[in-house]
Design a protein around this ligand. Structure first.
Ligand SMILES: [Cu+2]
Length: 66
């Protein structure tokens, strides 16, 4: 399990966008977005670079692994 900081999420719609973007790049992993802590939890195999690209591609700021 890995956790990443994602900045710029302000509502459930943002969380959903991030979640969808991540699921697209790591379809075999389970993704959980926590709006309160601004963290994304990924269960399964995920490359940091793929996570960063997905987050940034969705228009949010990648804060790195937690
Ligand atoms: Cu939003």
């Amino acid at each position: 399990m890995k956790k990443y900081k994602v900045l710029g999420m302000s509502c459930a719609g943002c969380a959903n966008s991030v979640s969808k973007a991540l699921k697209a790049v790591v379809p075999e992993a389970s993704v959980d977005v926590n709006l309160d802590s601004k963290e994304v939890r990924i269960e399964g195999i995920a490359e940091d670079t793929a996570v960063q690209q997905a987050v940034e591609g969705a228009g949010f700021e990648y804060g790195g692994p937690v």
